[in-house]
Every structure is written in structure tokens, then in C-alpha cells.
Ligand binder design. Structure first.
Ligand code: HDD
Length: 680
């Protein structure tokens, strides 16, 4: 059954029908029942009571973390038969397709917060396999903040808005967050990555995903390998600059949600490649750290990724609440052929997600919501509870039984294709402590720092200056600088420069190293494709030349697969965005048309805010985007004081501009525009 067919059985279609109560009685609910025309509303009015009561109960608790997100349906296609490494049925043959739902999210912000907040981003994927649901509940970086799940409430309490005033929303730039980061130093690795651009992805489509923990793959015969799950975006990785992310947050809180929705509606289906880093059971301590410590990643040079298949997101949900809000991912949704590791964070997550779903739904039958139902029948002795929607007919709701001929029968490794736990040796004295193999919190943040270009290192410095400048406590700032100094003395010195009330200790070289990996940098790698990026053509309705050029260019750029907006003063035919509404954040690149120059140079008109057209060009340049002009419109750039340089394109030929912009959009950000600290 296709996803569409499966969902169709739960859809409510309200076309050409009369209004009814929830119990099916046709009604008029547009006005309440009163005692007399001007009299009070009656308690008898069951229509009024039901309508209000249903409204009062519309909300369920938002997710305690990852409250804000967006999701879509898709399909997973296996590249081959991987039964040599796993018995998982969705990986059992080339071309095998499995329906999916994926939800992307920020972590800290509340349900109504902004998409572009600087944060780790969730990428939670559900495979509706023919042997049950399998969830990889991952994030866009290969590591986590903490290495013991018992610290999760501490982490989230420190990062969420402060308890006294609920400030700041969806931001780590405050005292409690940096107090935690400087005390629970396992978080430093992730903090470095978030500051290096992973915290502000250009869109959900432009981020990778990771399962983070070490998992096990198990074959039918019981042979095991350890793995790390990876999702590589086939759109490439791209990020905002921080100034841009803040502008996006103010102008369009729904930027990521809208980007995903628009791309899917336009048939530009985002894709990710699923892969695994595979290694042997006896390599758990072979990489210089413990693979059970989820604050460490295995560089891809050390263990390359083996591709397994491809996820294509190809359908938007029809109802945000029923589908995106009600999906309840759990790392404990696992299938035959996959197994857990002893990672203490994974172990804790196996409890917490089930508990969180129970709280959100108010009962145990949440797996019966259409979005949560497996696409295979379920059979067990779980019974009753709130909102049971099945009608179990077996009176022998226990095992073993004879009255139902022993059914449902227990399935195991040899019978019934059951899930089986791979044998793993566990032995030791009970102990409330972390393994010393988890103790190094500084070598990998150093590796991250080493792997960034000078321009990206400047991005990290600027980000940490921003964040720590918001910290009030001198002690917290000092503690954090001390920790940065254990990663890199230059980094500590540069961040401390703006703080003045702290001192940088002499270099603490204990963990300094020269290791690098080529896979961390976001900005050094061009995008493989530009389909689905936004492009602006700036025009003026007062110039025929401008409008006719805009029409031609609009078609040519749309042919590259871009979402093109022609911007002008009013929404006359051929214009789809006004200067009153447009902003540099609306475009990944923009082009000014000849004939429109005067509105950039004079910049005053009652039809748009003062100076807006020129401001759009200046901001686009300041946000590192490719910008350009056709023919005489290059004078606009002199007015904007933008000098010719990489990513600035002037030409009389539209063909040349098309080629330039195609390359420019792939480069995506021109970081050479931004000054480095003196000496770097
Ligand atoms: Fe979590 C949601 C990812 C550690 C407890 N988590 C949640 C979501 C993602 C992650 C993507 C949103 C799922 C969705 O879209 O509905 N979480 C992670 C990753 C972690 C991690 C990659 C570490 C590697 N999480 C973690 C720990 C705990 C939790 C250690 C608790 C011990 N996470 C939750 C939760 C949430 C959740 C409270 C909130 C709502 C939900 O589960 O369904 O249970």
C-alpha cells in the first residue's frame, strides 16, 4: 500500500457536506442557543458546549526539546542487498522502497520560536519498514553535548530561557548556558561545531544528519559490526552568516519550514544519502577515544562512509497537528538486524522518548495515530487504555494460552523473523561513574578548530564573541575562556579581546594537536546543485527596459531550477514581490536590471520604506551572497559602495551572467568579503 493509500483511510473530506457534531448530528453551530433574542446562553446548548470544549482541549504539551520543526513524507530506496552486514529487511535488495516520514527541528526554541535560531538541528527519520517502524532520531552534527543521559535535564535547564524571566528565547547567549558549557566540558566539541556554521543552516535541505551514537548491525546469522549512521544532504551543506540568520529570524520565523514546503510543492524533492561508518567490535577504543562516548566523532578519513541508500522527501503533510506534531519518534523503535550499543546516552534515551510520548498524548495508545501506525499489522496482548481505537477480538490476552491456540506466538531469531538481541558480553561491578576513556574533552574541539579555514575560524571567533558578550557573570566568562584556552590559545585570546574583564592564562597545551579532517568545513565546499535556491531580479515598473529585461531574465534563471522573484514597486503583471515586502534574506543571489538605476540612487518613494532597494543590494552583499547587474545597472553597485570582486558579477551578456551566477550560487558564500582579525 502506498503512503497516499494508507493515509487516505484516515482522511476527513469536508467537501459539499453539512456540519455535524462529533457524534454525527447535523447542526448549525454559527450562533448559540439563548433564552430570548437578547437573553443568556443556555447550559442546554450541547452544540455550544462541544464546540468550546473541543477548542479548549486543542493543545497537547509541546515537545520538551525540539518543539519547533517541520516534516515531510518520503521514500527510502536501498542501493543493494546488505544482508552481509544486517538482517534489516529495508536493506535487503537493490531498489527496495520503504515509506518514510522525516521531521527536522531546532532544539531549544519553543513551538512558536524562529527557525533560524542558532542551535543544533534535529533530523529524525522514520522508516515504515515491512518488519515494523525503525527510527533514526538524529541531529545535524555527529556528536552530542553530554556523555551520560542523566545530565540531559541539566543541559536543557541550562540552555532553555532563564527560569526567572524566560529570557532569552531559542538562544544559548546567556549565563546559564555558558556556565554549563564551561563546567560540563564534554559539551565543548558540539559548541565549536555549532559556532562554525552548523547552528545556522541555510535550510533543512542543506544539512546532513547523524545518528550520533554507535549502533550495531546484526546479520541473520548473528554476526555483528558497529556503525555510526549518517545522512548526507545531496543538496550539499550550506549555512547562513550570523547577521543574516538574525535578519531571517526577525523577518520570517518560518523560513526553514517554508523552504522545505515550497521545494516539495515545486517537485524539487530534497534527498539524503544514508550511509554508515562500519567498524569491528574490537575497535571500540581504536580511534583514540571511546566509541561509546557520543561527544566524539570518527573522522571520515579514518572510517569512510559506506552508502546504503537514498531518502527522497516527496510529499508535504496535509495537517500539521495530525502528522508533524503527533509523530512520536523513539530511538527504541528498532527492527530486526539493528541493535543498540552501551553508549550511556543512548541507553537513557531508550527510556526518555517513550515517557515523553506518554506525557504528550496522555495515554499509551499513541502508536495508533495514523502517523505512528506501522504499515504492518500489530499483534500483542497490550490492552485498553485511553483512546483505544482497535477492537481486539482475542479473549486470551495473555501468553502462554491454549484458548487462542498459543497466538500471538513469540517470534525470535529462528521463528517468525523476530527481533533478536545480538549477544554482547557485559560484566562489571555496579558503579556510578564514567569510564576514564570518556575523559578527553579538548582534543576533538581542537581538531574541529584546526579543520576550519581562516575565514571560518573568524566566524567561530565572532560567534563566541557574540555569545559570551551576552554573559553577565565574570566568573562564567572566565571559566569559559579557560576552557577555550585548552582548545587553542589564539582562540581564547581573540574571544577574550571583547570581554576585557577576563584574563587568558598561558597556553594550556595538554590537548593541543595538529589533527585535521576535510569533512567539517561547511563553507569550503561548493554545493553540488542549486535547484530550489531563491533568486531576486530587482526591477522598476517605471522603466520599460527594466521590466522587459526582468521578464526575460526571470525565465532564464527559473530554467536553472531556481525560485525567481521579480521585485518592483507594485504587483503589476510580471512582478511577484514588492520593495515593501522584499528583503535580502529572500534571495540566495540577486541581479539588478538596467533602467531601474534611479530607484537605487534616489531611493525615495512613497511605495517603499526609505532607501529599501539599495539596502537590499547592500545587505545581500554583506550576507556574502552572489550579486550582480546587467549592463548599465552596475552603477548601482558604485552607489552601494560595493567593489568588484569574487561573487560580484557585471556583464552586458545575460549568458555570461547565467554562467557566473550558477557558479556563484554553488560557492554560496563569499567569505573573502569579511575582515579577519589583524595577523590572521
Ligand atoms: Fe532527544 C526529542 C535528538 C539526546 C530526550 N531528540 C528529540 C528529537 C531529536 C532528538 C531529533 C526530536 C524528534 C522529533 O522530531 O519529534 N536527542 C537527540 C539526539 C540525542 C538526544 C541526537 C543525542 C545523541 N534526547 C537526548 C537525551 C534525552 C533526550 C539524552 C533524555 C535523556 N529528545 C528527548 C525527549 C524528546 C526528544 C525529551 C522530546 C520529544 C520527544 O522526545 O519525542 O524525549
Amino acid at each position: 500500500m502506498s503512503t497516499q493509500e494508507f493515509l487516505a483511510q484516515f482522511e476527513l473530506n469536508d467537501t459539499d457536506v453539512y456540519m455535524t457534531t462529533d457524534s454525527g448530528t447535523p447542526i448549525d453551530e454559527s450562533v448559540s442557543l439563548k433564552a430570548g433574542l437578547r437573553g443568556p446562553t443556555l447550559l442546554e446548548d450541547f452544540i455550544f458546549r462541544q464546540k468550546l470544549q473541543r477548542f479548549d482541549h486543542e493543545r497537547i504539551p509541546e515537545r520538551p526539546v525540539h518543539a519547533r520543526g517541520a516534516g515531510a513524507y518520503g521514500v527510502f530506496t536501498s542501493y543493494g542487498n546488505f544482508s552481509n552486514i544486517t538482517a534489516a529487511s529495508f536493506l535487503s535488495e537493490a531498489g527496495k522502497q520503504t515509506p518514510m516520514f522525516t521531521r527536522m527541528s531546532t532544539v531549544i526554541g519553543e513551538r512558536g520560536s524562529t527557525d533560524s535560531a542558532r542551535d543544533v538541528h534535529g533530523l529524525a527519520t522514520r522508516f515504515y519498514t515491512d518488519e515494523g517502524n525503525f527510527d533514526i532520531v538524529g541531529i545535524n552534527v555527529p556528536i552530542f553535548f553530554i556523555n551520560d543521559a542523566i545530565l540531559f535535564p541539566d543541559l536543557i535547564h541550562a540552555l532553555k530561557p532563564q527560569p526567572n524571566n524566560q529570557i532569552p528565547q531559542a538562544a544559548t547567549a546567556h549565563d546559564t548556558a555558558y556556565d554549563f558549557f564551561s563546567q560540563e566540558t564534554s559539551a565543548l566539541n558540539l559548541v565549536m561545531m555549532v559556532m562554525a556554521g552548523y547552528g545556522v543552516p541555510r535550510s533543512y535541505r542543506h544539512m546532513d544528519g547523524w545518528g550520533v551514537h554507535t549502533y550495531r548491525l546484526v546479520t541473520n546469522e548473528g554476526a555483528t559490526k558497529l556503525v555510526k549512521w549518517s545522512w548526507k544532504s545531496l543538496q550539499g551543506k550550506a549555512s547562513f552568516l550570523w547577521e543574516e540568520a538574525q535578519a531571517v529570524g526577525g523577518k520570517n520565523s518560518d523560513f526553514h519550514r517554508q523552504d522545505l514546503w515550497n521545494a516539495i510543492e515545486a517537485g524539487i524533492y530534497p534527498e539524503w544519502e544514508l550511509g554508515v561508518q562500519i567498524f569491528d567490535e574490537d575497535q571500540q577504543l581504536a580511534f583514540g577515544f571511546d566509541v561509546l562516548d557520543d561527544t566524539k566523532f570518527i573522522p571520515e578519513e579514518v572510517v569512510p562512509i559506506t552508502p546504503l541508500g537514498r531518502m527522497t522527501l516527496n510529499a508535504n503533510p496535509q495537517n500539521y497537528f495530525a502528522e508533524t506534531e503527533q509523530i512520536g519518534f523513539q530511538p527504541g523503535h528498532i527492527v530486526r538486524g539493528i541493535d543498540f550499543s552501551d553508549d550511556p546516552v543512548l541507553q537513557g534515551r531508550l527510556y526518555s522518548y517513550l515517557d515523553a510520548q506518554l506525557n504528550r498524548y496522555g495515554g499509551p495508545n499513541f502508536e495508533q495515530a495514523p502517523i505512528n501506525r506501522p504499515r504492518v499489522p500489530i499483534h500483542n496482548n497490550n490492552r485498553d487504555g485511553k483512546a483505544q481505537t482497535y477492537i481486539p477480538t482475542n479473549i486470551a490476552a495473555y501468553s502462554p494460552n491454549t484458548l487462542n491456540f498459543g497466538s500471538p506466538m513469540e517470534a525470535n531469531q529462528t521463528t517468525g523473523k523476530g527481533f533478536f538481541t545480538a549477544p554482547r558480553y557485559v560484566s562489571g561491578e555496579l558503579t556510578r561513574e564514567l569510564s576514564p576513556t570518556f575523559a578527553d574533552h579538548w582534543s576533538q574541539p581542537r581538531l574541529v578548530w584546526n579543520s576550519l579555514s581562516p575565514a571560518e575560524q573568524q566566524i567561530v571567533v565572532n560567534a563566541l564573541r557574540f555569545e559570551t558578550s551576552h554573559v553577565v557573570s565574570t566568573a562564567v566568562k572566565q571559566n569559559f575562556i579557560n576552557q577555550l584556552n585548552r582548545i587553542d590559545n589564539d582562540l581564547a585570546v581573540r574571544v577574550a579581546q571583547v570581554l576585557v574583564d577576563v584574563t587568558v592564562p598561558p597556553p594550556d597545551t595538554t590537548y593541543y594537536n595538529n589533527n585535521q579532517t576535510a569533512y567539517i568545513s561547511i563553507f569550503s565546499n561548493p554545493l553540488p546543485i542549486i535547484q530550489g535556491l531563491n533568486f531576486g531580479i530587482l526591477a522598476s515598473i517605471y522603466s520599460n527596459q527594466s521590466m522587459s529585461q526582468a521578464a526575460t531574465l526571470s525565465q532564464q534563471f527559473a530554467d536553472l531550477g531556481l525560485f525567481v522573484s521579480v521585485v518592483a514597486e507594485t504587483l503589476i503583471q510580471g512582478v511577484n514581490l514588492t520593495y515593501s515586502a522584499a528583503d535580502a534574506i529572500d534571495f540566495d543571489g540577486l541581479l539588478v536590471t538596467p533602467g531601474s538605476e534611479s530607484i537605487f540612487i534616489n531611493g525615495t518613494s512613497p511605495l517603499y520604506p526609505l532607501g529599501r532597494p539599495l539596502q537590499i543590494v547592500q545587505n545581500a552583499y554583506d550576507f556574502g551572497k552572489p550579486v550582480g547587474a546587467l549592463g548599465s545597472a552596475s552603477t548601482v553597485f558604485q552607489t552601494a559602495k560595493i567593489i568588484d570582486g569574487p561573487g560580484v558579477y557585471f556583464s552586458n551578456s545575460t549568458t555570461t551572467l547565467l554562467t557566473d551566477f550558477e557558479a556563484g550560487l554553488k560557492t554560496f558564500k563569499f567569505l573573502d568579503r569579511f575582515p579577519l582579525d589583524p595577523g590572521y
